[in-house]
Design a protein around this ligand. Structure first.
Ligand code: SF4
Length: 91
Protein backbone atom coordinates (compact mmCIF):
# COMPACT_ATOMS: atom_id res chain seq x y z
CA UNK A 1 0.00 0.00 0.00
CA UNK A 2 1.25 3.45 -0.86
CA UNK A 3 1.01 6.11 1.79
CA UNK A 4 1.26 9.69 0.71
CA UNK A 5 2.51 12.04 3.37
CA UNK A 6 1.68 15.64 2.68
CA UNK A 7 4.69 17.75 3.53
CA UNK A 8 4.10 21.30 4.65
CA UNK A 9 5.10 23.95 2.18
CA UNK A 10 6.78 27.23 2.95
CA UNK A 11 7.22 30.28 0.79
CA UNK A 12 10.48 32.21 0.70
CA UNK A 13 10.04 35.72 -0.65
CA UNK A 14 12.92 37.96 -1.64
CA UNK A 15 12.53 41.67 -2.26
CA UNK A 16 15.49 41.72 -4.58
CA UNK A 17 15.79 45.48 -5.12
CA UNK A 18 16.71 45.93 -1.45
CA UNK A 19 19.53 43.38 -1.52
CA UNK A 20 22.96 44.88 -0.86
CA UNK A 21 24.86 41.71 -1.80
CA UNK A 22 26.11 40.93 1.69
CA UNK A 23 25.82 37.18 0.87
CA UNK A 24 25.00 36.15 4.45
CA UNK A 25 22.07 34.22 3.01
CA UNK A 26 24.34 32.32 0.62
CA UNK A 27 26.58 31.36 3.53
CA UNK A 28 23.59 29.94 5.43
CA UNK A 29 21.89 28.14 2.54
CA UNK A 30 24.22 27.90 -0.46
CA UNK A 31 21.90 25.56 -2.38
CA UNK A 32 19.23 28.26 -2.54
CA UNK A 33 21.11 31.55 -2.81
CA UNK A 34 23.70 32.68 -5.33
CA UNK A 35 25.23 36.08 -5.93
CA UNK A 36 24.49 37.29 -9.46
CA UNK A 37 26.58 39.41 -11.80
CA UNK A 38 24.64 42.56 -10.88
CA UNK A 39 25.85 42.29 -7.26
CA UNK A 40 22.49 41.18 -5.91
CA UNK A 41 21.42 37.74 -4.79
CA UNK A 42 19.40 35.26 -6.82
CA UNK A 43 16.98 32.96 -5.03
CA UNK A 44 17.68 29.90 -7.14
CA UNK A 45 14.69 28.56 -9.12
CA UNK A 46 12.40 31.26 -7.76
CA UNK A 47 9.66 32.96 -9.76
CA UNK A 48 9.01 36.66 -10.08
CA UNK A 49 5.58 36.99 -8.44
CA UNK A 50 5.40 40.79 -8.17
CA UNK A 51 7.20 42.59 -10.97
CA UNK A 52 6.43 46.09 -9.71
CA UNK A 53 7.97 45.40 -6.30
CA UNK A 54 10.61 42.93 -7.56
CA UNK A 55 9.42 40.12 -5.28
CA UNK A 56 10.72 36.62 -6.04
CA UNK A 57 9.25 33.49 -4.49
CA UNK A 58 10.44 29.93 -4.00
CA UNK A 59 8.31 27.17 -2.49
CA UNK A 60 10.24 24.86 -0.16
CA UNK A 61 9.36 22.03 2.18
CA UNK A 62 10.24 21.35 5.80
CA UNK A 63 13.72 19.96 5.10
CA UNK A 64 14.89 23.29 3.71
CA UNK A 65 13.14 25.48 6.23
CA UNK A 66 15.65 25.90 9.07
CA UNK A 67 18.63 26.91 6.94
CA UNK A 68 16.50 29.43 5.08
CA UNK A 69 15.14 30.83 8.33
CA UNK A 70 18.79 31.31 9.28
CA UNK A 71 19.34 33.04 5.92
CA UNK A 72 16.41 35.38 6.58
CA UNK A 73 17.68 36.18 10.07
CA UNK A 74 21.20 36.82 8.78
CA UNK A 75 20.13 39.31 6.13
CA UNK A 76 21.22 42.77 7.33
CA UNK A 77 18.55 44.59 5.31
CA UNK A 78 15.63 42.20 5.99
CA UNK A 79 14.67 41.55 2.40
CA UNK A 80 14.03 37.82 2.95
CA UNK A 81 10.73 36.68 4.43
CA UNK A 82 9.27 33.21 4.89
CA UNK A 83 5.57 32.38 5.11
CA UNK A 84 3.70 29.19 5.95
CA UNK A 85 0.78 27.76 3.98
CA UNK A 86 -1.69 29.87 5.92
CA UNK A 87 0.15 33.05 5.03
CA UNK A 88 1.67 33.55 8.48
CA UNK A 89 5.08 35.19 8.40
CA UNK A 90 7.49 32.88 10.22
CA UNK A 91 10.80 34.54 9.42
S1 SF4 B 1 21.80 38.49 3.08
FE1 SF4 B 1 20.25 39.95 2.32
S2 SF4 B 1 21.47 41.63 1.51
FE2 SF4 B 1 22.83 39.91 1.72
S3 SF4 B 1 22.82 38.92 -0.27
FE3 SF4 B 1 21.28 37.92 0.99
S4 SF4 B 1 19.38 39.00 0.52
FE4 SF4 B 1 21.04 40.27 -0.20
Amino acid sequence: MLYLVKMAKYYIRLKRTGCIGAVSCEAMAPLHWKLADDGKIDLINSKLIDKENDIWELVIDEKDLEKNKDAAKACPVNVIEIYDEKGNKIA
